[in-house]
Ligand binder design. Sequence first.
Ligand code: NZQ
Ligand code: ZN
Length: 386
Amino acid sequence: MNNFEFKNPTKIIFGKDSIAKITEEIPTNANVLLLYGGGSIKKNGIYNQVKTALKNFEVTDFGGIPANPEYAILMDALQVIKDKNITYLLAVGGGSVIDGTKFLAAVAVYKGETPWDILTQNIKTEKGMPFGTVLTLPATGSEMNSGAVITREETKEKLAMGGPGLFPQFSILDPQVVKSIPQRQLANGLADAFTHVLEQYMTYSVDAKLQDRFAESILQTLIEIAPTVLNDTFEYKAASNFMWSCTMALNGLIQKGVPTDWAIHAMGHELTALYGIDHARTLAILTESHYQFNFESKKEKLAQYAERVWNINEGTVDEKAHAGIKKTTAFFKSIGINTKLSDYTNDYEGTAEEIAKRFTSRGWLGLGEHQSLSPDKVKEIVEMAY
Ligand code: NZQ
Ligand code: ZN
């Protein structure tokens, strides 16, 4: 096992009717900016629950943060923070609203001139403006980690940021919010969380037995609950397992002491930036080709995954590993997610060259757990995903 340090300061408040507990978490003298997305919270009652909980607080609303949180809109929110002397941010939404809020928590205390530099120069925020979250969509794990991904339509860029000062102070996880989530987003949540685990697991063994089994158990739970979560009838038990699995998939725990990959995400963000494809679907597009391309260096772990997660006990290491890849693609398809770029756009010619060019210009010359995926290899993987 590799050396590691682990600190996760986010307080999780999990369970039925927990939104009312916001009141106990925000300082009474706070001047709160309530951030949300395109309006789903007004239809499903979450907005009213939050407003009721905040009735004794000074609160300004900022709605309209889109999926793949947009820099220009966040700059409008920054102006509100300055104009209203906001001291506390409350994100009510999925990964996009929470990520947008993290960016604002960083920018609100940033001394530099151009906030976008935080993304291009990878500036880590040691202490941001304090914020909490009410999660409305299990998927990203953003509710319990310190990372964010911000989009800029003007330049068709999507870049990651973060830092130890960007963990939410608290996150409210009420599985009842799952009731109003559309099928497309439920499938996205399942696929995103599944891939988060894969990115931290499908590398090479350092004999970290507990981390491996944490990862496998999250994958098994997601596979088990997926049909019930996607069923039209809401089921609280499945929703709560779904929600906690998504959080645990990316709150830092399973990646401690083990090598991680994250190349699928790096390439996937470019597909969202270029074509607006939902984050989770970009991952499903790239996973099979990434594992096929890197088969030799990942096959031991692929075979272990096939055995332990999919119960494939027959065959050689190579055969099991190939079967594991096929099972993964079949899982994405079983939840209604297509796995080829051409399923999403007819305009895919040249995508691989463009992504390789972008990685080269950013100096991203070696992705993956071995830092060996050079832009020319990235180009091949993306081409295989057409
Ligand atoms: O905007 P509203 O109207 O709220 O609707 C949203 C949005 O259209 C809707 N929704 C959310 N909760 C709902 C609901 N609809 C009905 N009922 C509810 N309870 O769902 C749509 C998608 O929301 P979004 O927040 O964009 O989805 P998700 O949570 O999948 O977040 C995706 C973003 O997170 C980033 C992605 O790149 C993408 O930008 N990620 C963040 C990560 C992190 N911070 O750790 C890691 C991930 O790998 C990912 O990159
Ligand atoms: Zn993701």
